[in-house]
Design a protein around this ligand. Structure first.
Ligand SMILES: NC(=O)c1ccc[n+]([C@@H]2O[C@H](COP(=O)([O-])OP(=O)(O)OC[C@H]3O[C@@H](n4cnc5c(N)ncnc54)[C@H](O)[C@@H]3O)[C@@H](O)[C@H]2O)c1
Length: 363
C-alpha cells in the first residue's frame, strides 16, 4: 500500500513540473496531486470560464501564467523561465459539442496549440519528458464491441475527436523528426509520450454538456436534466485513476526509460463499463436530488454510441491498474459535490490522500 505513494514521492519530490491547462477540471486535480507528492509546479492556461470553478475554489495561488498556448513568445518564455523536468500538456478545447459550434477554434487549440507546446518544449534543455494528453476518442470508432489498442487506426467523426487524432499524428511525427529514441543522448534528451484516457469523472467539473455536471445541476437547481444518449457506453474513469496513469508514465520518462516513448491507453477494466443511463442511475443512488428524463432530440449532433479502450499495455508495462470501479468512482464524485453544495466543504485533498492509500483491484 505504501509502495505507490513512496514510489511517486521518491520520483516527484523536488521535481519541477510544467502543466498546461491547470485551470481546467483535470488540471486542478493534477496540480494538487503533484503538490502532495512534493513536486514544484507551474501552470499555463486561460482563465477559467463560468460562475463556479474548482480552480477559484481551491483558493490557492499556483505559480502560473495565464496565457494562450497559441502565443508562442509568452508560452516559450514561461517554459524556459521555469526550467521544468517534466511538461504535461492538457490545455485543449475539450468539448465535443463545442467543436461542432467552433471547429476552427477547436483545431487551432488542439492541433496548432499542441504544436506550439511541442516546439517550445523541444528547445528546453532541462526537460526529461513531455506528456501530451489526447483522449479515448482518437480511434476510428467502428462502434463494435472491441476495445481499441494503441496501435489501432486513428480517426474521428466529430471535430473534437478528429482534432485529437490529428494531434496524435502530430506527436508521432514530431517524435520521429526531432525527439526520436534513436537520437536520444545525441541531438536531444527528451522522451515524448501521449496518453489516451477514458471518459473522466470526478468532483470540480462544471463544464457544459458533460453528464456529471448536468446531473449535478439538476440536483442543485431542482430541475430535471434531459439525457440524450441513454444507451451510449463510455469507458468512465475516476479522475485520480486517470492522473495516476499519467504520473506513473511520467515517472518512467523522468527515470529515462526510453522504452516508454509512444502512446498509452488508461482505461477501466473491460467488465466495468456503464452506459449513460446506468451512470445516471448510479449517481442518483448516491444523491437522491438528481432528476433526469430521457429525451430524443432530433437535432442532437452525432456522438459515439459505443467506445471501449484496451489498457493492457499500461497494465503489463507500467504496472498501472485502475483502483476504483465505476460504482465507486460515481460515489466519490457525488461525495465531492454533496460536500461542496451541502456542507460548503472542499474535499479534493482528502480524496487524493485516500486514493494514494488505496489498493488496485484485480483485473
Ligand atoms: N474530461 C474528460 O473526460 C477527458 C477525457 C479524455 C481526455 N481529456 C483531455 O484531457 C485534457 C484536460 O481535460 P479537462 O476535462 O480538464 O478540460 P477542461 O476543458 O476542463 O480544461 C481545459 C484547460 O485548457 C485550457 N485551455 C483551453 N484553450 C487554451 C488555450 N488556447 N491556451 C491555453 N490554455 C487553454 C483551459 O484554460 C483549461 O485550463 C484535455 O486535453 C482533454 O481533451 C479529457
Amino acid at each position: 500500500m505504501e509502495n505507490m505513494v513512496n514510489d511517486l514521492k521518491r520520483i516527484f519530490a523536488g521535481k519541477r513540473v510544467f502543466v498546461t491547462g491547470h485551470t481546467g477540471f483535470k488540471g486542478v486535480w493534477l496540480m494538487e496531486m503533484l503538490d502532495l507528492l512534493g513536486a514544484e509546479t507551474f501552470g499555463y492556461a486561460l482563465a477559467p470560464e463560468g460562475r463556479v470553478s474548482h480552480y477559484n475554489l481551491i483558493g490557492k495561488k499556483f505559480q502560473e501564467k495565464i496565457g494562450d498556448i497559441n502565443d508562442p513568445m509568452t508560452l516559450s518564455k514561461a517554459i524556459l523561465d521555469f526550467s521544468p523536468d517534466l511538461l504535461i500538456h492538457m490545455a485543449a478545447q475539450s468539448l465535443v459539442r463545442q467543436s461542432y459550434k467552433d471547429p476552427v477554434e477547436t483545431y487551432q487549440t488542439n492541433v496548432m496549440g499542441s504544436l506550439q507546446v511541442l516546439h517550445a518544449a523541444a528547445h528546453c534543455r532541462s526537460l526529461s519528458g513531455i506528456l501530451m494528453i489526447t483522449t479515448d476518442k482518437v480511434y476510428e470508432n467502428k462502434e463494435i464491441h472491441y476495445a481499441y489498442r494503441e496501435s489501432d487506426r486513428l480517426g474521428g467523426y466529430d471535430m473534437y475527436s478528429s482534432s485529437k487524432a490529428c494531434c496524435e499524428i502530430l506527436i508521432d511525427s514530431f517524435r520521429r523528426s526531432f525527439l526520436s529514441p534513436d537520437q536520444y543522448g545525441n541531438s536531444h534528451h527528451i522522451i515524448l509520450c501521449s496518453a489516451r484516457s477514458g471518459n473522466v469523472i470526478g468532483g470540480g467539473d462544471w463544464n457544459q454538456d458533460r453528464l456529471i455536471p448536468d446531473l449535478v445541476a439538476s440536483a442543485t437547481g431542482g430541475v430535471s436534466v434531459a439525457i440524450r444518449n441513454p444507451v451510449a457506453v463510455r469507458p468512465w474513469q475516476h479522475v485520480l485513476d486517470c492522473l495516476n496513469g499519467y504520473l506513473m508514465l511520467s515517472a518512467r520518462m523522468m527515470e529515462k526509460d526510453l522504452g516508454v516513448s509512444g502512446a498509452w491507453n488508461f482505461a477501466p477494466n473491460s467488465d466495468d463499463v456503464l452506459n449513460v443511463k446506468e451512470l445516471a442511475d448510479e449517481a442518483r443512488k448516491n444523491w437522491d436530488k438528481i432528476q433526469y428524463h430521457l429525451f430524443k432530440d432530433p437535432d442532437t449532433p452525432h456522438e459515439a454510441g459505443l467506445l471501449l479502450l484496451d489498457h493492457h499495455k499500461a497494465v503489463s508495462k507500467l504496472g498501472w491498474k485502475p483502483r476504483y470501479r465505476s460504482e465507486q468512482s460515481v460515489r466519490l464524485t457525488m461525495d465531492w459535490y454533496k460536500a461542496f453544495y451541502e456542507n460548503n466543504e472542499l474535499i479534493t485533498r482528502n480524496q487524493i490522500e485516500d486514493f494514494l492509500k488505496s489498493e488496485p483491484h484485480e483485473i
